[in-house]
Unconditional design. Structure first.
Length: 352
């Protein structure tokens, strides 16, 4: 009984954390994009516009919730929850430190990768249930994009699992002391970051919601709080994906100094701060790319996945497997593969 109550309290705290972190990310993205574009961003609602995100959340809560007359009501209404719930379930297994986690899982990496792909069902339901051709096209585009980029994403993560011989996130973080896997898996990190942008439908892979073509894609018929749930899921997924990247490639909460390793409350507090610094560094890269890169065409997006990322992700996996079998010196070849990827991308962009 006590264990169940403790788990319920942790889930409640995590739900509150998700809501608040989304408000913070919305505000930070507006400010980052404003500074990239030499603007001020939100300034009037609170000090430097800090209350703008809560004001927008309140507006969505009280706004009228409309649905098309010809929409499939059950499919239309359930779609936002099928997008948000799998993403929220990812937070259950994301450890902020070795002890601050809702539930530690021995197969935590497998759990996170599995749940990250379930939300595509909700996007397809949103496109189909809206009875709108633009929404349907957006849902189909989202399905094609997510299925294509899940492959290199999953294969790049397998390289980390091979190196640690474990799917436990604690074991993965522990194996990165004192040097994170970013230096052993640079190619895997590049593939993970690129595929994550596509999984998040972020620029330059925001084709499913392209306002110039699909006027919003699967979300075009949604309003009020149901649209807000999609918005909540997008930013929650951004934080969750960045947290996964920080854990498997940047060492998570682990410091490179032995004096800061331990279980004391002060050490744990510092570990949380260190973890958040890494997570927000990855989030900043996502915001920065949104403010600088143009949107790809659909043919460029699919070509990039199937002709570049997937072959190089298999190459990274093969090199990592050889390193595990024959010795860590073979990991130097990963740098050669990374250089090859860089040159291939350069040649591809010059050609297109």
């Amino acid at each position: 009984m006590a264990a169940g109550l403790d788990a319920l309290i942790r889930v409640g705290l995590m739900l509150g954390f998700v809501f608040n972190i989304v408000l913070v990310l919305v505000y930070v993205e507006r400010k980052v994009l404003a500074h990239i574009q030499q603007r001020l961003g939100p300034m009037r609602t609170g000090f430097h516009g800090i209350l703008q995100s809560p004001a927008d959340a309140i507006k969505l809560l009280v706004k009228e919730d409309l649905a098309p007359l010809t929409a499939d009501k059950w499919v239309f209404r359930l779609a936002p929850y099928l997008v948000f719930v799998p993403i929220f379930m990812m937070f259950v297994a994301i450890p902020f430190t070795s002890s601050i986690v809702v539930r530690h899982l021995d197969m935590g990496l497998f759990y996170l990768v599995s749940f990250s792909s379930v939300s595509i069902v909700g996007m397809l339901m949103a496109g189909w249930g809206s009875d709108n051709k633009y929404a349907l096209l957006g849902g189909v585009r989202a399905a094609a994009q997510l299925i294509s980029y899940e492959l290199p994403l999953g294969i790049s993560i397998l390289g980390v699992a091979l190196l640690t011989q474990s799917l436990s996130l604690r074991d993965i973080v522990a194996a990165q002391y004192p040097l994170p896997f970013l230096f052993a898996q640079p190619l895997g990190f590049i593939i993970f970051l690129t595929a994550s942008l596509a999984e998040l439908s972020r620029t330059p892979f925001d084709i499913p919601v392209a306002e110039s073509e699909l006027v919003g894609g699967p979300l075009v018929e949604y309003s009020g709080m149901r649209w807000g749930i999609f918005f909540l899921a997008e930013y929650a997924n951004l934080f969750a994906t960045s947290a996964i990247g920080a854990i498997i490639y940047l060492g998570g909460w682990s410091w490179p100094f032995s004096a800061l390793q331990g279980e004391g409350w002060l050490i744990q507090a510092l570990a949380v701060i260190w973890f958040f610094i890494k997570v927000f560094a990855l989030i900043y890269i996502v915001f920065w790319l949104r403010g600088t890169l143009p949107r790809l065409r659909i043919d460029q997006l699919m070509t990039f996945a199937w002709k570049l990322l997937i072959p190089f992700s298999f190459l990274n996996l093969l090199i990592t497997g050889a390193a595990v079998v024959y010795g860590t010196a073979v990991l130097a070849l990963v740098w050669v593969a990374t250089a090859g990827l860089g040159y291939t991308i350069y040649a591809y962009t010059r050609r297109t």
